[in-house]
Design a protein around this ligand. Sequence first.
Ligand SMILES: [Zn+2]
Length: 274
Amino acid sequence: MFSTGGKKRVRYSRILILSLMLSAISAGVVPLGNIQAAADPSRLASHRIAIVIDDLGNGMQGTQDMLNLPIPLTVAIMPFLPTSKQDAEAAFKKGHEVLVHMPMEPFHGKKSWLGPGAITTDLTDDEIRKRVEGAIANVPHAIGINNHMGSKATSDPRVMAVIMQVCREKGLFFLDSKTTPTSKAPEESTRAGVPLLQNGLFLDDVYTHAHVSKQIRLLFEKSRKEADLIVIGHVGVPGKITSSALREAIPALQKEAEFVHLSDMLPWPQPIPR
Ligand SMILES: [Zn+2]
């Protein structure tokens, strides 16, 4: 008797929990996101890939090859360089999205690799703000910012707070290139109310055919596991290698995933300045 009663109590308490959950859902207390995602098989099947190409703006090798890829692309353009404006216009005309590729101080590496208008951790808040606003004004059609290098600067909460504040004022989102695991972009974007996206894979951090091929294989694997995957490649030394590897892989990837613009992956709708 005792054990039956016990079982009954368990059953009743399960029913009670379930009915509490259902009434909470109908009252709008419990977010429905997960439940809907689980119930909708097409949502699970539709994997998406956003390809971001960094380092445009200096007449870099492979720029045309990248812009001519037959998919929606997002290109990140370094400000204040000879072809910054030209590359932004060319990308925009082809229907690609444009980001400001903000040069930012790394823990290691030469300052000369940063390029003009770089954000370093010794700058005042006012100077950081001025440089970010200047960079946005210099790259037409930019709808977001991502970091060029920047392991040290993105790890500095003060620096990131100023950058996020400018993003918020200009209606831009931030893509964390994730050059370091200690980046403060998550905390500071949340604090400022700026949408944050994060790089999931570098295609060509080593400039060899063998490495890029290995990363393309990884791209296939990761895109099967992750609903939304952001991938970064580069023009410049690896530009030709990466663009031809991508061109070759695109038809097979399109059978498994959809290529989208970066802004399609924003966590919430964003007014996009054009
Ligand atoms: Zn870069």
